[in-house]
Design a protein around this ligand. Structure first.
Ligand code: F6R
Ligand code: MG
Length: 368
């Protein structure tokens, strides 16, 4: 209704330090984040919060009234992450603060390491949302499920059954190589969309809006894309937010897109291809070859900005087959050992000893 304040939902993630290598998160780190956010809620800086984690990544889910990219909210998250890092340092957790650019906060958290997905909307009479979070999944992991949810009627019958969705959805796509974005409207430009976002290492979907009224439907986290000499050094979009029901895809239409554990980049040393396994919160501890990459889903009803939830969305036996398929795919991919396509293409590797190896061998190469 006109004049009503809009709600902002901010999901901010960071790798603070791993509990047993890069596998999980320590409860003391999570408690530190909860205490800080509790104090911020008491002071009415934020409306509500929830703290989750997937693998070794910490996730702050915050509602407030300040709009996206708000300095105060970003600074709050930054201070929480640095407080969490201190706790992680005391416990000598692994790789503490590697996900943070420790030069300090300069007004915008987006360039400092954490991933941030934010959307602002007028709360509907009932506002169901799903926040999904992945660990050990690299860039482009959300492209395929976003296509399925918002552009594939065999996944989402609402696209042709629900009048408000008949005009389709528009995707905003970021070009990692050229640092530019483009908006593509479906269903009219469906093939243009697929031509771009099938290239998951270059074109990534950053948001989706409903064509009939431009309402925001989904937003993915924008991470630090640190282009060094034309090469992306830090790359992932750890979370995605979906608004659901009544003119948006139903909860089950969003969830259905994750019943197939599609292959994503990331996994061991950020340099391997493997299946994205949907798990309940308590199973988000990737140990086998530090994977396979994990996915958790938190469902909330938002009520006057309060986060009613979470409901653990993958705690459902109907996802057992997806987990089995992911385990089979894990076995299959692992059997490739050091070879592509399990190992990522040379240009995509997060770690590589190749420059050193090439240097050692440089005098032994013979022209043919
Ligand atoms: C992948 C990941 C791990 C590490 C691996 C080596 O995102 O976090 O697979 O890459 O454990 O870690 P370091 O180099 O920190 O010893
Ligand atoms: Mg880590």
């Amino acid at each position: 209704m006109a004049g009503e304040p809009k709600i902002t939902l901010s999901v901010i993630t960071a790798d603070i330090g791993g509990f047993i290598g890069h596998v999980s998160s320590h409860p003391d780190v999570l408690d530190t984040a909860k205490e800080r956010l509790f104090a911020a809620r008491e002071k009415k800086i934020i409306i509500d919060f929830h703290v989750l984690r997937c693998g070794d990544d910490l996730e702050l889910i915050i509602t407030h009234g300040n709009g996206p990219n708000d300095r105060k909210i970003h600074e709050l998250a930054w201070n929480i992450f640095t407080a969490c890092k201190e706790v992680a340092d005391e416990l000598k957790l692994y790789a503490t603060g590697r996900g943070l650019d420790m030069e300090g906060f300069m007004g915008d958290i987006r360039c400092k390491g954490p991933g941030i997905a934010e959307m602002e909307f007028l709360e509907r009479s009932s506002e169901p949302v799903i926040v999904l979070m992945a660990n050990k999944a690299g860039v482009g992991a959300w492209n395929m499920p976003l296509y399925k949810v918002f552009a594939d009627p065999s996944n989402t019958p609402g696209l042709f059954m629900e009048p408000t969705m008949l005009e389709g959805f528009s995707f905003t796509i970021y070009d990692l190589q050229e640092n530019r974005e483009v908006q593509i409207s479906t269903p009219t430009e469906l093939y243009h969309l697929l031509a771009l976002i099938g290239s998951t290492c270059r074109y990534i979907v950053i948001s989706v809006s409903r064509n009939s009224d431009r309402e925001v439907a989904a937003v993915t986290a924008v991470h630090k894309y640190n282009l060094m000499a034309g090469r992306v050094m830090s790359k992932s979009e750890s979370s995605v937010i979906f608004r659901c029901q009544a003119g948006f895809p139903a909860i089950g239409e969003v969830m259905e897109a994750f019943s197939f554990p599609h292959l994503v980049s990331g996994w061991m040393r950020g340099s391997h291809i493997g299946p994205l396994m949907p798990v309940p919160f308590y199973e988000a501890n990737p140990t086998r070859f530090e994977g396979p990459p994990r996915l958790i889903g938190a469902g909330f009803q938002i009520s006057n900005g309060k986060l009613i939830g979470p409901h653990d969305m993958f705690d459902d036996p109907s996802f057992d087959e997806a987990r089995k398929t992911a385990n089979k795919a894990t076995e299959y991919m692992r059997r490739h050992g050091a070879f592509q396509p399990h190992r990522m293409a040379q240009s995509e590797l997060e770690y590589s000893s190749l420059p050193m190896v090439m240097d050692k061998l440089k005098d032994r190469f013979r022209k043919k």
